[in-house]
Design a protein. Structure first.
Length: 86
């Protein structure tokens, strides 16, 4: 017949206690995360859109226009230097 020794009972109790503590920590962490997301959701959505480059057509047109102006300035500066170097 197998009997459980006091050490085994103590180990089981300690393991159970540790599991309960970890479970409680996980629940607390999850609750904090949910609260944070709820509080910061609009900011998170805006940042996600920025990171994913979800802009309107008007935003893209404005950006493309700025890039074309920059490219024109770069080519002008290059050609000016090229002409001076010849």
């Amino acid at each position: 017949s197998s009997s459980v020794t006091e050490e085994e009972e103590e180990e089981g109790s300690t393991t159970s206690s540790k599991m309960k503590q970890k479970s409680s920590e996980i629940q607390d962490n999850l609750q904090r995360n949910v609260c944070l997301i709820r509080d910061e959701s609009s900011t998170l959505i805006q940042k996600a859109k920025e990171e994913a480059s979800l802009y309107s057509k008007e935003d893209v047109r404005k950006w493309a226009g700025e890039q074309m102006k920059l490219a024109t300035e770069c080519v002008s500066a290059f050609m000016g230097g090229y002409r001076d170097g010849r």
